[in-house]
Design a protein around this ligand. Sequence first.
Ligand SMILES: [Zn+2]
Length: 308
Amino acid sequence: MTTTAFISHADCLKHEMGAHHPERPARIAAIEDQLAVSGVGQRLTRFDAPLATDEQLARVHPAEYVRAIREVAPRSGTIHLDPDTAMNPHTLQAALRAAGAAVLAVDLVLSRNFASAFCAVRPPGHHACRARPMGFCIFNNVAVAARHALEAHGLERVAIIDFDVHHGNGTEDIFENDARVVMASIFQHPFYPYSGTDNPAPNMFNVPLAAGSGSRELQEAVRETWLPALNDFSPQLIVFSAGFDAHAEDDMAMLRFGDADYAWVTEQVKAVADRHAQGGMVSMLEGGYALSALGRSAIQHIKVMAGL
Ligand SMILES: [Zn+2]
């Protein structure tokens, strides 16, 4: 029996924001390449991401926001939602698949058919606020996953782990003071989007890291802040915002993680999941722009989730 589901969709490769945009279709291909080369891909069970429904999105985003995104989606050409975030004629479908992957992942894990699920989807989601697209993100995929677990499956406690180099300001906007959710994160600070440090809500366990921080600072953050908070909270499901842009080879930012750090952090969180959540973990791709490092790091993360 395989323990990990792998969810993606061809539509996620058709969303493009311009020739030189770092959040590009080749990112998914880089993960696929490493899955094939490492042999890990053969150990996973693949699923196509369904489209998220309006009801699933409405647990996170106001209906008017979803309607506005549908209405501005272009039939041809490209439109900009913010200076970094654009839509082509395929973007709406890709965004609905990305959020739909989150829903399917939660269903597969909470039905106990799989211990965990990784979603190789784009656009990413953690900068998307309740009613604002931002930073390459349109719908907040991890938030859709968490709210689906809480509201469709009746869970009472979900933890979100965000190890992307950027602060997940959208996820914080959605869940601050929602006592059913704890969010534990690291991010480079000061850095885009310049949030997460000014009086975070009590359910937010944010650890800002200075430029140049690496394994040692990550381990300190996880041991001193994340693990006590997570063990206190006793989550019934863990959802990762899995961004791989804190890697030393990724010049989007200036943290210095290596491939092995992604295995290590996943092991620490998996121990929490095994202890409190019957091992249940859902992981959504966020950033990661150095293609080789992204592929290698994602495989480290997936291997630990899958117990390989
Ligand atoms: Zn990022």
